[in-house]
Design a binder for this molecule. Structure first.
Ligand code: PM9
Length: 461
């Protein structure tokens, strides 16, 4: 039997199930209205298939659950911290670990440690929480991702790559001493989960280090990125995910990581670095914002689950199945002619809302409106990744207008089956056939920071 022919076949069996509720369309119309047409404000029990995010929504393994029972809840020096430190070193290779309650906690520590107010922070496309913490620390984000990343239909297999000319221009124009560091997200979330090649990481590292600039990896989905390097980049097919990951990290000086994605855990994160002084500064901050340096806002049991999940996610067949699920949904939508970001990315499928609803302008929050309509149609929850997520320029107050205006169908790991993906695909296809009924939204409540989480809207009739 050639099992390679069945990448989608689950490398696990199901031990515990969580019931799902199917509601009527009338019920969902009322629910989304009450939620201000914001899928973040829906009650989870009113959702049938939840593709809002892959963050903290993953199914842990029996080994991780067993680890939960071994939580050492001592205030200081928990044995689970040391397990986590060992696992992080084995997978990522950084010298120092600073645990945090989740990714944004780590982002605060790194931003406060490395950014002096007024400094620039280039990066391969913004991420919401990352840019927020950089700006709160007085930094100015500059996008240096390649142009292909902003084009949904460009087929470049490494659309997450940094454009070296753009990076060099920032160094020349602003001066190396005015650059705090460069952030490299692997994969790039808002570009559609697109990976960065090893070759690009190597070149960015060379250019940065020749100019005395540090490289900070957003390692949140680094294992997915390593998998893409394995299957898409020459010379890596016979290397393991762990070997590829260690090489990726070797080009960088520090990392932030949300533990809620690749590691299948429900909570957790960390910052890591190789510079002792940076570690000392971050440890002095972690006790103020997160918790003691040996738990950083996590319970001992959470650290144990994360340590075990990290080692598990490095196994090649686990990552192959993970990406096969995204590819399955992507293939079905592509075959039906649905406008989606190409090529298939890691953590989900991104529908091009501007092309899906061409009659609704971006200023009327077209992706937000599509996400609400999809929920009403079938109880499938997705997330807006467009003008609402992009927020406003902190200086001018103008709305950022990203070229990519998408809804993200994010795939939680080991949670849904092929039949669920069939329903999601059919629902999108049916909605596409009714696209002439589309209406825009008006924002009626706008929070100051990370507005996409809490903003409220009304339908324009
Ligand atoms: N990502 C996601 O759904 C959850 C929050 S935003 C809706 O994609 C990257 C690349 C992320 C990320 C979170 C964080 C922050 C940092 N970098 O959510 O704080 O995708 O653990 O991580 C989310 P935390």
């Amino acid at each position: 039997m050639n099992f390679d022919k069945y990448p989608m076949a689950e490398p696990y069996k199901i031990k515990m199930v969580e019931p799902l509720k199917i509601t009527t369309q009338k019920y969902r119309e009322q629910a989304i209205k009450e939620a201000g047409y914001n899928t973040f404000l829906l009650r989870s029990e009113d959702v049938y298939i939840d593709l809002l995010t892959d963050s903290g929504t993953n199914a842990m393994s029996e080994d991780q659950w067993a680890g939960i029972m071994l939580g050492d809840e001592a205030y200081a020096g928990s044995k689970n911290y040391y397990h986590l430190e060992d696992a992080m070193y084995e997978c990522f290779g950084y010298k120092y670990l600073i645990p945090a309650h989740q990714g944004r906690g780590a982002e605060q520590l790194v931003s406060k440690t490395l950014i002096k107010p007024g400094q620039y922070v280039p990066g391969n496309m913004y991420f919401t929480t990352t840019r927020e913490h950089q700006e709160l620390a007085g930094g100015i984000f500059v996008d240096v991702i390649c142009d292909e990343a902003h084009d949904p239909y460009n087929e470049n297999p490494f659309k997450g790559n940094v454009d070296l000319n753009k990076f060099e221009k920032v160094i020349k124009e602003k001066g190396a001493k005015n650059i705090a560091y460069i952030t490299i997200g692997v994969t790039v979330n808002l570009a559609g989960g697109q990976p960065v090649s090893m070759e690009n990481l190597r070149q960015v590292s060379k250019m940065a280090h020749e100019n005395g600039i540090k490289v900070v990896l957003d390692a949140t989905r680094a294992m997915e990125n390593a998998y893409f390097i394995k299957v898409r980049e020459n010379g890596y097919a016979d290397k393991s995910i762990k070997q590829i990951l260690r090489e990726m990290c070797s080009y960088t000086d520090a990392a932030t990581c949300s533990g809620k994605k690749d590691f299948h855990t429900n909570i957790g994160g960390f910052a890591a670095c190789n510079d002792e002084q940076d570690a000392i500064t971050m440890r002095s901050l972690v006790v103020v914002y997160e918790g003691l340096q040996t738990y950083g806002g996590m319970a001992g049991r959470d650290m144990e689950a994360m340590a075990r999940g990290m080692l598990e996610a490095c196994q090649d067949h686990i990552m192959a199945h993970r990406i096969a699920q995204s590819q399955y949904l992507w293939d079905k939508l592509d075959a039906a002619g649905i406008p989606i970001i190409r090529p298939c990315g890691g953590h989900g499928v991104f529908v091009d809302a501007k092309a899906f609803y061409p009659t609704v302008p971006q200023e009327q929050y077209v992706a937000q409106s599509l996400a609400a309509d999809l929920y009403v149609h079938s109880g499938v929850r997705s997330m807006e990744r467009g003008i609402v997520s992009a927020g406003r320029d902190k200086v001018t107050g103008e709305e950022h207008k990203p070229k990519l205006e998408t809804i993200r169908l994010t795939i939680p790991r080991r949670v849904y089956t092929q039949s669920h993906f069939d329903i999601v695909a059919d629902s999108i296809i049916e909605l596409y056939s009714e696209r002439n009924k589309a209406r825009g939204l008006r924002m009626v409540y706008e929070p100051k920071a990370l507005r996409f989480f809490q903003a409220r809207f009304e339908k324009i009739l």
